[in-house]
Design a protein around this ligand. Structure first.
Ligand code: ADP
Ligand code: MG
Length: 260
């Protein structure tokens, strides 16, 4: 969601300002030496152990790894849902790890679309209201245009005819399509999806995956965690995480193999 609106800012343009121009070293997402330690009774558990990751604007990147390897923890660093113990999370011109809670909520609402494995639609709101909600929080559009945009997004994911139903009346695949429409509500340049097909049958998973492919083709940057190796093979770049460390990180732009 999107906590407070900046004073006096005209939010009429649909493209959010934050991720537009200046980026850290030219990368859209740049994680530098990210460490995440969860404290528990037995001491600290190192879920991420010095992760470096650079993702470029317009890329479709898959994150794969065994259960418990740190994929969701990594996603939570990028979305600002959780903070690193040390290291930097740079997205566009924003140092995400340094934002206050309020700044974080506003930044996230404008710049990120987040899709979860279990859809997380609000059960008491209609499909249309679920998709309108992020726009209400961020006030990106005038009130009467929000509904129109929500219907257009539902049309994009082939769910317009279900706009007035409650989520419980939908199948898993339909709920996930609504969740993707909701993630697109504020036209974020970046989509983060943590096992978005993990709870879907393979045909439905395929349709949802196709939507992500289409969105990247239209210029969005997509980072998707997946367990599904047949889907992972179709993602242009995949990075593997094991025990909180990047195992294979294909050269991206600067620096290449065989130099050291
Ligand atoms: P993945 O998404 O790859 O399955 P996670 O990032 O969820 O893995 O978890 C990585 C490791 O960190 C696991 O061993 C998990 O048990 C542990 N972990 C995750 N969240 C917490 C937490 N809030 N507190 C303590 N340990 C956690
Ligand atoms: Mg996970």
């Amino acid at each position: 969601m999107c906590a407070k609106r900046t004073r006096g800012g005209s939010n009429r343009g649909r493209q959010p300002a934050v991720l537009q121009d200046r980026t850290h070293n030219g990368h859209l997402i740049h994680l530098r030496q990210v460490v995440k330690i969860y404290e528990n009774a037995a001491g600290g558990f190192r879920a991420l152990n010095g992760v470096d990751l650079a993702i470029e604007r317009g890329e479709f990147v898959g994150i794969v790894g065994r259960s418990g390897s740190g994929k969701s923890t990594l996603m939570n660093m990028i979305t600002g849902i959780d903070r690193p113990t040390s290291g930097e999370v740079l997205i566009g011109d924003t140092a995400v790890h340094r934002l206050s809670e309020n700044q974080m909520a506003r930044w996230r609402g404008r710049n990120l679309g987040i899709v979860f494995q279990f859809f997380q639609l609000l059960p008491t709101l209609s499909v249309l209201e679920n998709v309108t909600l992020p726009m209400d929080f961020c006030r990106v559009l005038p009130l009467r245009e929000r509904r129109k945009r929500a219907l257009a997004l539902l049309d994009l994911v082939d769910m317009a005819e279900h706009a007035y139903k409650l989520p419980a009346a939908l199948s898993g695949g339909q709920q996930q399509r609504v969740a993707i429409a909701r993630a697109l509500a504020n036209d974020p340049p970046l989509l983060i999806a943590d096992e978005p097909t993990g709870n879907l049958d393979s045909r439905t998973a395929d349709a949802v995956f196709g939507l992500f492919q289409r969105l990247t083709a239209e210029g969005k940057t997509v980072v998707m965690v997946t367990h599904d190796l047949s889907l992972a093979q179709r993602i242009p770049r995949t990075v593997l995480i094991a025990d909180g460390e990047m195992v294979a990180l294909p050269a991206s732009g600067a620096g290449s193999e065989g130099q050291g």
